[in-house]
Design a protein. Structure first.
Length: 464
């Protein structure tokens, strides 16, 4: 049977297999060779002990399009390591962390990997971003600013010691559509150069940012918001109020807003009341900055909402959630992660289920005291669910799994990790009888041999 399959057919099969199916490479040398040739994406964690073998390893994967490399300290991005990465000439996506990258290394990569469309790196201070011009195909850029500082000339000379001549006054626009910045401070003067040239940004992510640069950075930043469709703000309390106000005034195309770990109660309220954008997705992790008044404003002004994700929002009560569910009948996704209102108000989930019958994705993870009765009371009304996550809900048992089988016949993805009351027998029953299941996340100790057999027969992926 093995010899009757052509190499091309085997490679196509391998490409369609989930990443957890690497066991096929153990069948024989031929399968190992074809499996490596079929891989287009790799994620590696590199330590000093593995460094010498990287060259040989990469040479066995000639068609890599995406490479993510995480270095364990004290390993650094040496010229030799950069040259090994550059040898993967088909790369379109590259992620390097957490070691800071020098300018000479960036220029080397831009020469050898001209087709890169996605780049994720760490940079030292001071901040110079003019090198971005050297990557003409770049669409997505992620930069983490390190606390490490290097001498000025470490950035601005190449391997031959020649100075790099970048045109500071060039008005050339960049093709970036997605930008992520981590750790920007108010005194980082180099960021303004980037804001000034980002005229096509559709997705912006800011994390742990105390500012957005100095000088003319703010006015340039505001211009970037005009065509923005998605924005994520995590741990940016010092700048979030100003950004929300600018979104109200200058952004009419926003459809997704994420705010985690630090918000502005007043700024968020003003945004919800005055925003002219048709925002369809809200994702908040705001223990002390989100209340019922925000949800009620959301219900009044965003009736086209399709996704609402709340995590650790302890000030929210059933009043606000019922207001949203009553006004937004077409909600597609709801997440109440570690929100004690789920445990605090009996009957709330039943009411939400009756009002949100079109729900396709439900996440109730990390509500440790959630009981079978409350969960089931919602599931009986959610016949259209394809994705259900109850990770860390330690009060649930096999009774909930049985209800999932009866009421949610379209389930494709389920997460029941750390649900101590759900045993291996319940998992086996679910895998055997859920006709639409494609992926289940559960502890390996709860996956019996019979469950694995049924999973293999029905092409179900186990994530353990």
């Amino acid at each position: 049977m093995e010899n009757s399959l052509y190499d091309e057919i085997l490679q196509e099969i391998f490409q369609k297999l989930p990443s957890s199916s690497c066991g096929v490479s153990l069948v024989c040398k031929r399968w190992l060779h074809l499996y490596r040739f079929s891989r287009t994406s790799l994620s590696l964690k590199l330590s000093s002990s593995h460094h010498p073998s990287l060259s040989s390893f990469l040479s066995h994967h000639p068609f890599l399009a995406s490479l993510s490399l995480s270095l364990s300290p004290p390993l650094s991005l040496s010229p030799h390591l950069i040259s090994l990465i550059a040898s993967c000439s088909n790369l379109v996506s590259l992620s390097l962390s957490p070691a800071p990258l020098s300018l000479s290394s960036l220029l080397s990569l831009s020469t050898t990997l001209p087709r890169l469309t996605s780049l994720s790196i760490t940079l030292p201070r001071p901040v110079f971003l003019n090198w971005v011009i050297s990557f003409p195909s770049l669409k997505a850029l992620s930069i983490t600013l390190s606390s490490e500082r290097r001498d000025f000339y470490d950035h601005w000379v190449n391997d031959e010691g020649q100075s790099q001549d970048f045109d500071e006054e060039s008005e050339v626009g960049l093709g970036l559509e997605a930008l992520s910045l981590v750790g920007v401070r108010s005194d980082d003067c180099g960021v303004g150069w980037l804001w000034k040239r980002c005229t096509k940004i559709k997705k912006l992510r800011l994390q742990s940012c105390e500012g957005i640069g100095v000088g003319g950075s703010y006015s340039s930043f505001v211009k970037c918001l005009k065509g923005l469709e998605e924005i994520e703000l995590t741990t940016c309390r010092s700048v979030i109020h100003g950004i929300l106000m600018e979104l109200v005034q200058h952004c009419g195309s926003l459809n997704s807003l994420l705010v985690h770990d630090g918000g502005s109660r007043e700024g968020l309220m003003q945004f919800l009341n005055e925003c002219g954008s048709n925002v369809r997705k809200f994702d908040f992790r705001l223990p002390l900055d989100l209340g019922n008044e925000h949800l009620i404003a959301m219900a009044v002004n965003f009736r086209g909402l399709t996704t609402l994700r709340l995590q650790s929002c302890c000030l929210v009560t059933g009043e606000g959630l019922k207001a949203v569910a009553g006004a937004v009948g077409g909600l597609d996704e709801l997440a109440l992660v570690n929100c004690d209102v789920v445990e605090r108000e009996p009957g709330l989930l039943a009411t939400l289920g009756q009002q949100l019958r079109t729900l396709r994705k439900l996440d109730l993870s990390h509500n440790e005291m959630l009981l079978d009765k409350e969960c089931i009371s919602m599931l009986v009304s959610c016949a259209n669910l394809v994705d259900l996550r109850v990770r860390g809900c330690k009060g649930l048992s096999g009774v909930t799994v049985a209800s999932m089988l009866r009421s949610c016949k379209q389930l494709e993805n389920v997460d029941i990790v750390n649900c101590v009351g759900i045993d291996s027998q319940a998992v086996e029953l679910f895998v055997k009888n859920c006709s639409s299941l494609r992926r289940i996340q559960v502890e390996g100790s709860k996956v019996s041999d019979a469950a694995r057999m049924w999973g293999a027969k029905k092409f179900i992926e186990f994530v353990v």
